[in-house]
Design a protein around this ligand. Structure first.
Ligand SMILES: Nc1ncnc2c1ncn2[C@@H]1O[C@H](COP(=O)(O)OP(=O)(O)OP(=O)(O)O)[C@@H](O)[C@H]1O
Ligand SMILES: [Mg+2]
Length: 446
């Protein structure tokens, strides 16, 4: 008796299954059924390919996400095939043909280097670092001429999804196909539901999520979609400071320019809590050392009066690592002293963030942001800058110029980059005690 996979493709899913080429971009509105279609496309290929040791990967931006969105679908659709097995701890589905589908997050992708793939799904590639495709997955497809499917909803134009969408559009060799299915055309979501969603979102968001618009996000924005996601997921909220955790700081130290400081805590789970943000310009290092000391005073104490720092309330911070860009070790003309040395004299011993390229730094921030929480009011100025941080845009030019625009948004974005690239969790169990002592030495003792 034939076993029937409980999946009847919707007409446009069917069109995708039938017409896709070796490389395919499936650009759809939210809840279209991308993930269901992608998983079924893999299962079908496993059964019909006839290849020995057929191997496939389904990757989401994070492993937890892959498990949450696709593992149940795998079990539901492949589970009816007699002889299929599921290795729960490895997230591997083994089909009776011997073919294997492995679920993973792109954070684990480098572990696959050296293996081959016959088939690949990248689900929501707008949230993946580009190199995951170009350096890890694409080479894995080479010897077996493996297939790749990119399925997602747009998030502006500065990411992998847009890149492959463009590439598919430019393909002249018949290797790529691409599909764009906005909600106004699919009819898969009820009109009433779309109207309700439209009311609760701003128009740009609606155009992006339901009408597959790339242009809807802030033009050339680096972090706006991730910040929007943080907002939608309830990660920009009144966030209390956790007194048991040290507060780390990450600085973009301007010379005559603005200086920005993020204050953040790292939970054992790996989630980062941004509890405060400070920026000023035209001030010397002593000013910022004083700001840190003010915030280290017990919470609830009013701001000291009669000081130039009036308005900075005590928050009870106990400091951990202070991060700054590597170039603060450069000796300055005039004083002959580096800012690193000047800060050390004020009791702030900076840890230097590695000298990475801007692009790598931005990638690091993008990978980090989905696991960040922000205090909505203390961090408001920083959040605003992060949303608006964007690429240069030259008049009359179709594509954005390379590199970010240097303006008021750069300092908050740069400081966050040093946090994302420079922070290393302490390895030793004594870390907490040592940090507390540092705090005492810095702001209490001298
Ligand atoms: N062919 C189908 N028949 C019936 N229901 C379907 C079909 N395809 C998808 N669905 C249902 O539609 C819903 C959305 O499916 P899926 O998770 O694949 O969407 P998605 O486009 O990946 O959504 P998201 O944008 O949230 O990632 C699920 O409840 C799924 O079970
Ligand atoms: Mg999905």
């Amino acid at each position: 008796m034939p076993h029937v996979i409980p999946y009847s493709p919707r007409p446009l899913q069917w069109q995708f299954h039938e017409e896709r080429k070796r490389f395919c971009v499936l650009l759809c509105h939210r809840r279209f059924g991308k993930t269901v279609a992608a998983v079924n496309d893999l299962i079908r290929q496993a059964l019909i390919s006839g290849r020995e040791d057929w191997r496939a990967a389904y990757a989401a931006p994070f492993q937890g996400q892959a498990k949450a969105v696709a593992w149940d679908y795998c079990k539901r659709f492949a589970g009816v095939i007699p002889g299929s097995r599921f290795l729960e701890s490895e997230l591997v589905c083994i089909l009776p043909t011997g073919g294997r589908i492995r679920l993973l997050g792109t954070e684990n992708a480098p572990a696959l280097r050296g293996l081959y793939l016959d088939d690949l799904v990248l689900d929501e590639p707008a949230d993946m670092p580009r190199q995951v495709w170009t350096q890890v997955f694409r080479p894995m497809l080479a010897d077996r001429l493996g297939r790749a499917l990119f399925c997602g909803t747009p998030q502006g134009t500065d990411n992998l999804l847009y890149d492959v969408w463009q590439q598919a559009g430019a393909d002249t060799e018949g290797l790529w196909s691409r599909f764009r299915f906005p909600a106004s055309q699919t009819g898969y979501l009820p009109q009433s539901e779309l109207a309700a969603a439209r009311l609760s979102m701003d128009e740009a968001e609606y155009q992006q999520e339901f009408e597959c618009s790339f242009a809807a996000a802030v033009r050339g924005s680096y972090y706006a979609p991730l910040m929007d996601t943080a907002d939608r997921e309830g990660r920009i909220i009144p966030l209390p400071h956790a007194p048991e955790l040290p507060v780390h700081t990450a600085w973009d130290l301007g010379m005559d320019d603005a200086t920005s400081i993020w204050f953040f805590q790292v939970e054992p789970s790996g989630h980062w809590r941004f509890v405060d943000y400070y920026e000023a310009s035209g001030e010397g290092l002593a000013h910022y050392a004083h700001v840190l000391a003010q915030k280290a005073r017990p919470a609830g104490q009013p701001a000291l009066e009669g000081t130039s720092e009036g308005g900075i309330a005590g928050r009870g911070f106990t400091y951990g690592t202070h991060l700054a860009p590597h170039d603060i070790r450069v000796r300055e003309l005039g004083t002959g002293q580096s800012r690193w040395e000047s800060a050390a004299q004020l009791g702030i011993r900076f840890t230097l963030a590695p000298a990475l390229s801007l692009a790598d730094g931005i990638d690091a921030v993008r990978r980090r942001l989905p696991r960040c929480w922000f205090d909505a009011s203390f961090c408001a100025a920083g959040i605003k800058a992060l949303r608006a941080y964007r690429r240069q845009w030259r008049p009359g030019q179709q594509a954005a110029g390379s590199g970010p625009l240097h303006d008021w948004t750069s300092h908050a974005a740069d400081a966050l980059r040093y946090a994302a690239t420079g922070f290393r969790p302490p390895q030793d169990t004594q870390g907490g005690q040592r940090r507390a002592k540092t705090h005492y030495d810095v702001f209490g003792g001298s």
